[in-house]
Write a new protein. Structure first.
Length: 313
């Protein structure tokens, strides 16, 4: 199987590369290295089944070349920032929506792609009123530009799949954590404690509670969902439990050897959110994916601890 992975040098993408290469597939990575790192792929650089293309999804001719002869496309490239202070509306529009449109056009014109997988996000649900939140929940009302851009990409993928004959699997991910992560609350806490071991600032009121999924569990879930016979399949991927930001802070303090650090809450915005657009509570109903035989090996707390340990080491 010839596979193309957009964003394959990034956190989740590089772990997907590891999995596909271990299964002896041919893997081509397309990445602009805006946040991805070549060192994440260095173990495969000399393997004849692996190739890396430094390119941008905002360049349609380059995208067309990358897609050519691919059987399966995994679309992971995106601007991952939920905090509006770190990414503008135009960043999300171009790097998520326009980039996805360019990729879908290349897939349509190539005519060789049989399946496409897309990593969406739990943020498409916004402030859901049903927990755990199933895939059928609606209406979908994102509260962040990131969530809105992911939902727009889902709609484009669904339409292109229905009109042009390739199958798609859309994965709405919980907060994915693990080795090679370069952003998010665990990374931020470890970084803060390195700079000020005596004090840890926590954005918001600390009560924000979400599901945290270890990256190896995420990859296994994607591979399970890819075999769906549906034209467009949508799956939640997450754990069946949650962990609060305050609990994460305590875990990170322990794993960094800073157990005596004082936690300082900023209070946050809009009722204790870390930032405007931050969903305070998230727990996904994963029964649809569980029915395929997939199950996460790690709880949210275990995933957080393993990640903190790897980052602190």
């Amino acid at each position: 199987m010839k596979t193309l992975i957009t964003g394959g040098a990034g956190f989740i993408g590089s772990h997907l590369v590891d999995s596909l290469m271990a299964q002896e597939h041919s893997v081509s990575v397309y990445d602009n290295l805006a946040s991805g790192k070549l060192k994440n792929l260095e173990k495969w650089q000399d393997n004849r089944r692996f190739s890396f293309n430094h390119g941008d999804l905002l360049n349609p001719p380059e995208v067309a070349k990358a897609v050519k002869d691919s059987d399966v496309v995994f679309h992971l490239a995106a601007n991952p920032e939920v905090d509006a202070k770190k990414a503008s509306p135009m960043d999300h529009f171009q790097q998520n929506i326009t980039a996805t449109y360019n990729l879908l056009e290349a897939v349509r014109e190539a005519g060789c792609v049989e399946r496409l997988a897309f990593t969406s996000s739990s943020t498409v649900y916004g402030e859901a009123e049903v927990y755990p939140t199933p895939e059928e929940y609606g209406p979908l009302i994102p509260i962040s530009l990131y969530g809105a851009s992911k939902l727009a990409c889902e709609a484009l993928i669904s339409a292109y799949s229905s009109m042009y004959g390739f199958r798609s699997a859309i994965f709405r991910l919980a907060n994915v954590v693990g080795p090679r992560t370069y952003h998010g609350v665990i990374h931020d806490f470890v970084d803060k404690l390195r700079k000020t071991p005596e004090m840890l600032e926590v954005l918001g009121d600390g009560s924000q509670s979400k599901s945290y999924l270890y990256v190896s569990d995420c990859i296994e879930g994607i591979m399970k969902g890819m075999v769906s016979g549906k034209q467009v399949a949508i799956y939640n991927i997450g754990t069946e439990d949650q962990v609060s930001v305050l609990d994460i802070a305590e875990i990170v303090k322990e794993e960094t050897g800073c157990s005596d650090a004082v936690i300082r809450l900023t209070g946050g915005v809009d009722g204790g959110r870390g930032w405007r657009g931050d969903v305070k509570k998230m727990l996904l109903d994963t029964q649809r994916l569980l029915d395929t035989g997939w199950a996460p090996k790690y709880t949210s707390s275990e995933a957080v601890r393993l990640t903190a340990r790897s980052l602190a080491g």
